[in-house]
Design a protein around this ligand. Structure first.
Ligand code: PEP
Length: 250
């Protein structure tokens, strides 16, 4: 049985005080025990978050990571540094990294390899832009993103990957993919995984949906059989909303 997961991507929000407050409020919340809860604060807040989540079931993710072990890479953070402050997941391939920082599939492939080599689990994001969907290229775009960065992995390595389908046109826009659009793409991704690896691998991988998920729409999206949770941006910044989303599985 694959895991239900809800992960909060805080992006470049919350200073140390605000991050601590948010975590303290989350810890007071009543989560469903069957859902894995992950938070991804900014680099500067990871160490403090690690202390604050001790004793809770919340897992820690970073929002990015460098692909090298160490060295002269001013401003960058390595997998080993992340591990040393209790990080267990790393978001890779987020559309903001792809679009703003021009991260290519090739670079993401090396980041995935580096994460796995260091026992960090990638939350690997894929998703088409609005133009791709209008041109009916959305399946092709997602297939390429997956194959270019992940299909060199072994089945054993794939077991440590979490996928997030995030249509770019739905991120931070208030526009959500319909539950049918989400299910259609998630089923397509699972079929690709089955063809490339095996049905056992495909059925074991959690595929999260991301893009303007809120307490009001989470239930309908999570009710789909191939949607195993969400990667949440804006709504992860309020403990009450994030908790309501976590508790939105049937
Ligand atoms: C995201 O950035 O991963 C995201 C899904 O953002 P939002 O929920 O704000 O659309």
């Amino acid at each position: 049985m694959r895991k239900n997961i809800v992960a909060g991507n805080w992006k470049m929000n919350a200073n140390a005080n605000a991050a601590s407050e948010l975590i303290k409020n989350l810890k007071k919340s009543d989560f469903s025990e069957t859902t894995e809860v992950i938070i991804a604060p900014s680099y500067t807040n990871l160490a403090i978050a690690n202390e604050l989540i001790t004793g809770s079931s919340i897992e820690l993710s970073s929002q990015n990571m460098h692909e090298s072990d160490r060295g002269a890479f001013t401003g960058e953070v390595s997998a080993e540094m992340l591990k040393s402050v209790g990080v267990t997941y790393v978001i890779l391939g987020h559309s903001e990294r792809r679009a703003i920082y021009k991260e290519s599939s090739e670079l993401l492939k090396s980041k995935v390899d580096q994460a796995l080599k260091n026992d960090l689990k990638p939350i690997f994001c894929v998703g088409e832009e609005l133009k791709d969907r209008k041109d009916e290229n959305h399946f092709k775009v997602v297939k390429n993103q997956l194959s270019e960065s992940l299909f060199h992995l072994s089945s054993e390595q794939m077991k440590n990957i979490v996928l997030a389908y995030e249509p770019v046109w739905a991120i931070g826009t208030g526009e959500t993919a319909s539950p049918e659009q989400a299910q259609e793409m998630h089923a397509y991704i699972r079929k690709l995984l089955s063809d490339q690896f095996s049905s056992e691998i495909a059925n074991g991988i959690s595929i999260l949906y991301g893009g303007s998920v809120k307490p009001g729409n989470a239930k309908d999206i999570f009710a789909n059989k191939d949607v195993d949770g969400g990667l949440i941006g804006g709504a992860a910044l309020k403990a009450e909303d994030f908790t309501a989303i976590i508790n939105s599985f049937e």
